[in-house]
Each structure stands twice: as structure tokens, then as C-alpha cells.
Design a binder for this molecule. Sequence first.
Ligand SMILES: C=C(O[C@H]1C=CC=C(C(=O)O)[C@@H]1O)C(=O)O
Ligand SMILES: [Mg+2]
Length: 507
Amino acid sequence: MCLEKQSLIIDRIDLGAVGSPIGRGCVAPGVERMGGTTVSTMKQLDNLSGLEEGAKRACRSNRPVLVSRTRRAPNLDPLSFFASGAGTQGARNFWSDPGREETLVGLGTAWRTESGPQSKNRYEKVERDWAELIRGALREPADVPRGAGPLLMGGFSFDPIGEHTSLWEGFSDASFILPRFLLTAVRDGVWLTVNAVITPEDDPEEMSQRLAEEEDQLVDAAVQGYIPETHPSYDAVEVEPERWRQAVAQAAREIREGQLEKVVLARELRLHSQETIRPASVLKRLQEQQPHSFLFAVERGDACFVGASPERLVKKEKHHLYSTCLAGTYPRGSDPAADQELGSQLLRDVKNRQEHAVVVNMIVEALREGCTSIQVPEEPVLYKVRDVQHLFTPVEGTAHPDTTLLSIVERLHPTPALGGYPQERALSRIREMEAMDRGWYAAPLGWLDFRGDGEFACGIRSGLLRNKSASLFAGCGIMGDSDPVSEYEETRMKFQPMLLALGGKKR
Ligand SMILES: C=C(O[C@H]1C=CC=C(C(=O)O)[C@@H]1O)C(=O)O
Ligand SMILES: [Mg+2]
């Protein structure tokens, strides 16, 4: 037993802990000791020495230690890398922002944190678990671009209180993965991060060999650049469209009576295909067809939640916060003149302006609490995506030093663009009136890094793929003067991005 072990055991007894800390990875007596254990930057350049150092630290502290190493990987294309991970036990994550400034692809699981239904403190739990793992982590090099290095990818369900059905099996109310392999494509180039969490029981040599083999396989497959191209044909079923229109009429009545100001009602379209639907093939089409949207895929087991959302919830970069108010929708025109005319009508449309204003007021209020200053333009502008145009107001703020990204996500979610206003009243009406389980639809999903920076989008224009089935979701903001037929038409337009990306024909 090494000396380090003995002193640790005494600490553990003092703390009242139980269990044996001895494992295969523990260093023998006399092996070099690191003075303090707070060194956060690794000097060693190769995987093995990092893991060995991690194993020593794990033994000394008797807790898991994260070892993370990032290097350039110039030949790798994000989508091919995603496709190459099809066999990584259902744990792929894809993220790209509309400017394509940061594209992140996570494959496999080095570590994860989850929380179950009814969890009131799910944001705090993720942050606490992550802070605990990051404390004492070994990272190399010290300085990596934004979006590289150790970070979590995942998200939250829309409503931990609402009914949970088997449709969303595998997607808990908070689910974040520290990817085993993370590809980061930024302006500055492409980077590959390898993450491992080593415990006192692990053998660093064995682990290093396993990681190297897995990496070789993924990189070889990605370099071949194969992305599955599928063109399934689908049977499509709209889930209770008439009931949905009636719910819209009822909600509008309640709003006119003053019971609430706004509620977002969504509906589901179920597709069944004869072929397995491949997430990589859907993402490829979204990438081609939706250049102005966030692209995301969150795979959990045999299901994958995929979409092209135009709506940022919040981005944090050091102390800068960026959020967007996106609500109010019109179709695109068939030629530039018609498109411009529709855009000016949208900017003047009273119902849509009010629908938008409710969102701006709430987001500004929510950000104010965590910020020292806020900037918000007086008037919305248009945000055009392939199938629709929206009213758009960007909001920026300077965060208080103690404002964390997930505390802002918690304050904002759900904004009145996804839930309604007042928030609690709208949520309880959604639970009662919608004939579906929203799962992760319209919920925050994104990434959070070791510095506390990251970005979250709202999971709209999206669908849940599982083998040969897909459930697509679309909703719209109901106001007192909402017309059920026009709102229904609006949801039809909002299904378009996913329908097109699925690339199928209706049978
Ligand atoms: C809830 C959705 O869209 C929201 C975002 C932009 C515009 C919206 C609207 O005009 O109703 C919705 O609030 C959806 O696409 O499922
Ligand atoms: Mg609308």
C-alpha cells in the first residue's frame, strides 16, 4: 500500500467515508509525488502519461479524475465524424450555431450526469456535478479554442412535471454527456479532444490503449467520409388535428377573458417508414437546407432528437450574454418582391407584434436579474429561414460575476415563445390541452464548457427519430385574436424543415 493511500484513509475515516480506495491504477510506494494536487495544466504530451498522472491523482484523492487532451485534427469533417460514430452505444451529439462559428460533435461517453422526473433543481445539479468533476481535472494544453476541451453536451426536457410517456424513453429531464471524443470545428481550424475519467480502479496503460484503438477506428471511418443517404417513404399521421384547433379556440377565449396573456400550443406529426431513419443523413440535409439555423442532434440509445432551430435561448462568452426573442411568423414569398411585401406586413401585423412583445418583455426581465446592464433594440427586425420569416429582437447583457449559464437557462426557460405568459399558468394549460408528450421539444439544448461558457438553443423545428419512426413537433403562440385555421397553417409551415430533411415521399 502506498504512503499516499495511508494518509488518504486517515482523511476518509475522519470524514466518515467507507469503502476501499485501493485499485489497480494506484501508484506503488516511492513513485514520484506531485507537490500540491491543484495543478490544472498537464505538462505531459502523450495520452499515457496524462492518464498515469490522472490515476495517481485519483488514488491520492480517492475520487474519479478527468483527463482531457486536445490537439489539432485538420482532416476531419464534422458530419463524417458524426456518421463514423454510429456504433458508439447511442451517445452522439451534434451542435452547430447559425454562423457555423462553432460546430461540435461528441461521440461516446466519458462521463454523464442525469436527473429524473419531478426534479426541481435539475439545472443546479448539472452545474454542481460538473464543477465537482472539473475540480482537479488534468487538461492539456492549457489554452484551447472556445468549444474545445472538456465540455458537456445535452439538454433538458421541456417540463419535468408534465406527463412522461415511452415516446421519449432514454431522454431524462436533464441529460448531459462529456463526450469520449469531441470534434470542434471553428474558424481557427479543427480540434479533437479526448476525455477520460479515471478512477483508482483503472489501469492507465489499458485505458490508453483502448482509447487509441477507438480513436483510430473513428478517425479512419471519418476520413473515408461516408454519410448514409436514405430516401425512405413515409406514412404520415397528424395527431388529433381537430382537437388541436379546438384547443387553440379555447385558449384564445381564455386569453380574451384575461385568464392568461399568451400560450404556445404544439402538435405532433407521426411518420413511419419502411427503412431505418439515419440521423446523419437527416443532419446532412438540414445542413444544406437550413443555413441560418442551429443544427442539433442528441442521441440517447436508439433514439435521436434532431432539428434546425432558428432560436437561441442564451449564449455565454466570458461575461457576455446573448439571448434572442423570436416569435411572430409569416410565410416566405415566392419571389423577392412578394417576400419583402410579406415581411413588411409581418412587421405591421398587430397580433404578431403583440405575440412578439410578450417574449421581449419577459426575456429582458429575466436577464436583468443576472446582469449589470442590458441592451435591447426598440423594434424587431425580420429573421428569414427557408420556410418562414419571424420577428426577431436580439438581447445582450453583461453578466454579474456570479451568474452562471445554467442559472440563466433556468430563469429563461420556457420563454413565452415556447410556453406562454404568465409562465406557470401557461404550463398548466399546456399540460391539460396538448394531446402529446413534449419531451425535449421546445426545451433548452446545447453545451457547457469547463470555463462555464457555452450556448443553448430552443429545440424547435425538430423531430425525434427512433428506428423507422419519427415524431415531428410544431407549435405556435396563441393570442386572444388567434384564428385556429391560421395557427394550424403556421404549424404546417413549421413542420417543413424536418419533413424536407427526412427526404422522403408520402405514401
Ligand atoms: C414554438 C415554435 O415556434 C416559436 C418560435 C418562433 C415563432 C413562433 C410563433 O410565431 O408562434 C413560436 O413562438 C415552433 O416552431 O414549434
Ligand atoms: Mg406565431
